[in-house]
Design a binder for this molecule. Sequence first.
Ligand code: NAP
Length: 260
Amino acid sequence: MLSLKYKRMLKDRTILITGGGSGIGEALATILSAENKVIINGRNEEKLKKASAAGKHISYYVADLSKPDEIDGLFKRLKADNIVVDVLINNAGVTEPYYIDKKVMTSSQIFEKINTNLSGAIATTQQFIAQADRAASNLIVNISSAIVVFPAPSQLLYFSSKSGLHAFTRLLRYQLKDTNFKVVEVLPQGVDTEMSRGLGFTGKAPLPSTYARKVIRSINKGKIEHAFAGITPARLFNALIPNATLRLVDKMSQKLFKHQ
Ligand SMILES: NC(=O)c1ccc[n+]([C@@H]2O[C@H](COP(=O)([O-])OP(=O)(O)OC[C@H]3O[C@@H](n4cnc5c(N)ncnc54)[C@H](OP(=O)(O)O)[C@@H]3O)[C@@H](O)[C@H]2O)c1
């Protein structure tokens, strides 16, 4: 039986899920579309078309959130279509191994990746807040990563941008504490998606649908953070023995990811 909190939080909502064409975002969209109006976004229209066909209440808008004009354009289109969003899930993200002295990326590739994971999410959040009905209850869910407490050195750009998103989430929650905006952070770890497969993840990974159900349950219980078991000791190690933690995570990630 669903709790009252669940009904208030994620029922009869209008939910925008960035990066909703695959993986965790797609799974969230499919499940949430049973009781909500869901809008998904991404760059690849074919993926979005397929994902939106999974539920009758899913529509899609193509936009590259690493590009400021496309973020602004997305919200202009939503307004033109008379859509007011009351739940934003900042889920779009990209990662790849990056060793700054070995792999050369163009400056524009570096900007694109950081923009997708961080600046794009911040600009999208600002647009979301500007269009929201401030008298009603609103929810912002930022999907960061377990990497913010397990800093894998091989993922230099990803760690930097997701740590930024983690910091943004914390201060955003503080700034909005006396408003009708609730802020939640989700820190996934090893979910079986295009992203983890692309990194050659060899660990045991839950399906996106299993993970998405847990996230939804946690949000509906009123939690402001959904993370893995063991996050508290991991945070302690980071604070008390940061260099040893880095060495340990580097070793662990070399075992878990084939890309090294
Ligand atoms: N899977 C894991 O184990 C794991 C672990 C930690 C954190 N996460 C986080 O969870 C979130 C979802 O990842 P996932 O595992 O589900 O991977 P995924 O299947 O690769 O999904 C990422 C989505 O982001 C979209 N995207 C990428 N760049 C974009 C851009 N510039 N503008 C708009 N959309 C963009 C992609 O769609 P298009 O290609 O169509 O743009 C894709 O649908 C990410 O933020 C990721 O960092 C995942």
